[in-house]
Design a protein around this ligand. Structure first.
Ligand code: NAP
Length: 288
């Protein structure tokens, strides 16, 4: 690891850690190519032209190229049906030159997103969105983590946050973020509580947490005064205007460590995606 935790400023920098993960992925990618002639290849599938999705795919492509990966984009029209998308994902899954597949989401509303995710071969599910990946992650078996949750755990580990026996509160239970991050915390022996829109007394539950993960999608929703002094706060939220789901200034007064937005969880997601694509390429070429 090139950078080291810096507990004095109280910030967990995803930018610094992601850079070291990407540098390592680039080395591993080059090593695989030297050994086998195979360059890890990530295919992003983009349905429609939602501006945020277009930007995310462009960022992922740029980072992949920087790490020496081959990166392709398959663009499908806005009126693509579930059947057409499933067929496309099955074709890409069967292509031996592809090692990682990313379906940029959300997809247009006429598409059954779950059916589309399940068309991705688990061996190439480097975004960790299939039920098989979720099951493997929950059982601590080999597979691919959901990228944002995987990135959050890497941050917590890098900053030596004790998880065993810690009370962790996850606010949000989406299939790609809240639920899997809770499962990963549970695997690390935290005592995990999930909160959601029907939770009663959210402030009281957050106030008991040693580790808070905010994954709500509402700007500055978690108030600083809810945070237990000394708690660790991870803000996975990303709302318009570069605002997280946590009232950063308020929470920073009380937290021992906190992720900034931007520069916290965000960069970790892409780093884990690329790292997992390189790992998939090693496995698919029989090198690991
Ligand atoms: P989502 O699918 O909309 O889920 C939001 C969750 O928050 C739901 O479980 C919902 O509860 C819960 N919630 C909503 N209102 C609540 C309330 N008043 N009290 C308590 N819980 C409430 O969102 P998501 O996809 O998980 O994303 C969450 C945030 O993370 C967003 O800001 C998104 O932009 C960000 N994100 C960032 C990255 C990254 O790379 N950094 C990746 C993915 C997402 P119910 O289940 O009861 O509806």
């Amino acid at each position: 690891m090139t950078d080291s935790p810096n507990p004095t400023d109280g910030l967990m920098s995803g930018t610094a850690l992601a850079a070291s993960i990407l540098a390592n992925a680039a080395d591993r990618s080059a090593e695989l190519e030297r050994r086998t002639g195979v360059r890890p290849c990530l295919v992003a599938v983009l349905v429609g032209a939602d501006p945020a999705s277009v930007t995310y795919v462009r960022m992922k492509r740029r980072r992949s190229a920087k790490a020496g990966l081959e990166s392709r984009v398959v663009e499908l029209p806005d009126d693509t049906t579930t059947e057409q998308l499933v067929a496309e994902l099955e074709t890409i899954s069967a292509d031996p030159t592809v090692h990682g597949i990313l379906l940029q989401h959300p997809v247009p509303s006429q598409i059954d997103e779950r059916a589309a995710f399940e068309a991705i071969a688990p061996a190439k599910d480097v975004d960790g969105v299939t039920m098989q990946s979720f099951g493997a992650m929950s059982f601590g078996e080999p597979g691919f983590d959901s990228c944002t949750p995987g990135g959050i755990l890497r941050l917590l580990e890098h900053y030596d946050v004790p998880l065993q026996g810690a009370r962790a509160v996850v606010v949000g239970r989406s299939a790609i973020l809240g639920k899997p991050v809770g499962m990963l915390l549970l695997e690390r022996h935290a005592t995990v509580t999930y909160c959601h829109s029907r939770t009663v007394d959210l402030p009281g539950i957050v106030a008991q947490a040693d580790v808070v993960v905010a994954a709500v999608g509402r700007p500055s929703f978690i108030r600083g005064e809810w945070i237990k002094p000394g708690a660790v706060v991870v803000d996975a939220g990303y709302n318009e205007g570069n605002v997280g789901d946590v009232d950063f200034e308020g929470a920073r007064q009380r937290a021992s460590l906190i992720t900034p937005v931007p520069g916290g969880v965000g960069p970790m997601t892409i780093a884990v995606l690329i790292e997992q694509t390189v790992t998939a390429a090693y496995r698919l070429t029989g090198q690991e």
